[in-house]
Design a protein around this ligand. Structure first.
Ligand SMILES: [Zn+2]
Ligand SMILES: [Zn+2]
Ligand SMILES: [Zn+2]
Length: 88
């Protein structure tokens, strides 16, 4: 099934709001990997990190698509579809 949220949410090139996980930077916590929200530019930590802020950001805001914020990685993922997304 193709992801329909990329049109609905006006996914675009976003400027990252922070260089690391926004919430972890505030609380002084560590993270494993970073994800960036393609709706608003929020940077959050992945599900391998103890705080899982990227997923919490989706649950709180409904912003569905994140992209890897790791160097050399460009994959995108839709939480609602639970699958990787191709943005052409
Ligand atoms: Zn989707
Ligand atoms: Zn975090
Ligand atoms: Zn967002």
């Amino acid at each position: 099934m193709a992801c329909k949220h990329k049109e609905m949410m006006k996914i675009k090139d976003v400027e990252p709001g922070t260089k690391g996980c926004e919430e972890c930077l505030k609380s002084g916590d560590d993270w494993v990997h970073l994800r960036i929200c393609l709706t608003c530019g929020h940077v959050g930590c992945c599900d391998s990190s103890k705080n899982k802020h990227a997923t919490k950001h989706f649950e709180e805001t409904g912003h569905p698509i994140v992209q890897s914020f790791e160097p050399g990685e460009g994959w995108k993922y839709c939480y609602i579809d639970d699958e990787y997304v191709d943005l052409e």
